[in-house]
Design a protein around this ligand. Structure first.
Ligand code: ATP
Length: 235
């Protein structure tokens, strides 16, 4: 069943449309990778789902119902979480404090916060080793793990991760993608924005964005199909 359904979505900045009526679905429990070059409209897409941008027209359906005019914080409570591009951890707070801030929407549910914290530290043991360290002193890869972990602390049903691999070594990028695949296997649907085709082997569904449209979609084994990679590289 589709957890996220995007229908004829048009979004722009001022008078300039950036998304030209896109359609796609993300099924519950899968990893979906939204792949595209700079400026293709990937960040605009996930920002709209998170409620940070208002669409000109079209629909964002979550679990069958329109997210309509819900605020970004209401969407977090509803199970939609975004780990934004550029990590943006709180540098002067510890790893543990950063994670607890991510659980703000769950602050009245101590058991849930404890459980999510255990889960995040299990996905990213490095964060456990660094629990009391100031976030600003972490390596780039550790900060990315912290940013993903913080987004997970709200106990989302849909976790969106914008450009996790940017600026990371191939090994560290792989660690983050592997964690994303594990998070999805454990039941949290993942939508990853990427420019790096190295994320494709971790995906159950791949969407290639070009100039504000979804130019290609592949599911399952078709993702490993060379044509998809060529379509992207030729984009
Ligand atoms: P990137 O990987 O570089 O973030 P992207 O695929 O995520 O690329 P978007 O960030 O969604 O692309 O940008 C899509 C288009 O919208 C680009 O042409 C960009 O210049 C434009 N755009 C993005 N943000 C704004 C803004 N705040 N005001 C005006 N135009 C914008």
């Amino acid at each position: 069943m589709a957890l996220l359904e995007i229908k004829d979505l048009v979004v722009g900045y001022g008078r300039y449309p950036v998304l030209h009526g896109i359609d796609f679905v993300v099924e519950e429990g899968e990893v979906c990778v939204l792949l595209g070059l700079n400026g293709a409209g990937k960040t605009t897409t996930v920002s709209t789902v998170a409620g940070l941008l208002k669409p000109t027209s079209g629909q964002v359906l979550f679990d069958g119902s329109s997210l309509g005019r819900r605020s970004p914080s209401a969407r977090v409570k509803h199970g939609v979480s975004l780990c934004p591009e550029g990590r943006r951890v709180f540098p002067r707070l510890s790893v543990q404090q950063n994670l607890r801030l991510g659980a703000w929407s769950q602050r009245r549910h101590a058991k849930t916060v404890k459980r999510q914290l255990e889960l995040v530290l299990d996905y990213f043991p490095r964060l456990d080793e660094r629990a009391d360290q100031m976030a600003g002193t972490l390596s780039g890869g550790e900060q990315q793990m912290l940013a993903v972990g913080r987004a997970l602390m709200s106990k989302p049903r849909l976790l969106m991760i914008d450009e996790a691999s940017l600026g990371l070594s191939p090994t560290v990028a792989r660690t983050v993608w592997e964690a994303a695949a594990r998070i999805a296997r454990d039941g949290t649907t993942v939508l990853m924005v990427e420019q790096n085709a190295g994320a494709l082997p971790f995906a159950d569904r791949a969407l290639i964005m070009e100039k504000g449209t979804v130019a290609h979609t592949a599911v399952g084994d078709d993702i490993r199909n060379v044509n998809l990679r060529e379509a992207y590289l030729g984009a």
